[in-house]
Design a protein around this ligand. Structure first.
Ligand code: TYD
Length: 135
């Protein structure tokens, strides 16, 4: 599955902690867009889409949330609850995000600007497209 956890180097001292994110260094693509999701209600599940051509790294800067990741063959869940860890999600992975804590701030870095045409928002269409690529 084209997803994995990235571990970031933390600079910490008695003042607190700092993490730096840089394109093609600890982020394995050129960052073109940054967005963040916050104040998500705990009962809400969002996402429900895949991207045809997009790499993203998601980091829970504060609090926690759970990603459901599906490559068309298998599904697994990843809990993000640590700002030193990023979840790399490559193209053609269906994702759902749930169980947001009240204090969750989810930062997302992406290698392309927002483009609605890159989204697959229907699960059965996703399965058809992903199976065509794999066959
Ligand atoms: P949406 O795709 O529904 O979010 P999620 O995948 O987290 O459920 O996006 C919510 C709205 O924000 C939608 O109107 C599209 C808009 N949006 C942008 O304008 N730019 C962006 O970079 C993103 C991610 C969303």
């Amino acid at each position: 599955m084209e997803t994995r956890i990235l571990n970031f180097n933390e600079f910490g001292d008695d003042r607190g902690c700092l993490i730096s994110l840089e394109s093609m260094k600890n982020i394995p693509f050129e960052i073109e867009r940054v967005y963040y999701i916050y104040k998500t209600k705990s009962e809400v599940t969002r996402g429900y889409h895949a991207h045809r051509d997009l790499k993203q790294v998601a980091i829970a800067l504060s609090g926690s949330c759970t990603f459901v990741l599906d490559d068309g063959l298998s599904r697994n869940e990843v809990i993000l609850d640590d700002p030193t860890k990023g979840l790399l999600i490559c193209s053609m992975i269906w994702r759902e995000m749930k169980l947001f804590s009240d204090d969750c701030i989810l930062l997302v870095l992406a290698n392309h600007n927002y483009n609605e045409e890159d989204y697959i928002r229907d699960y059965s269409s996703f399965l058809k497209e992903v199976r065509n690529i794999c066959n």
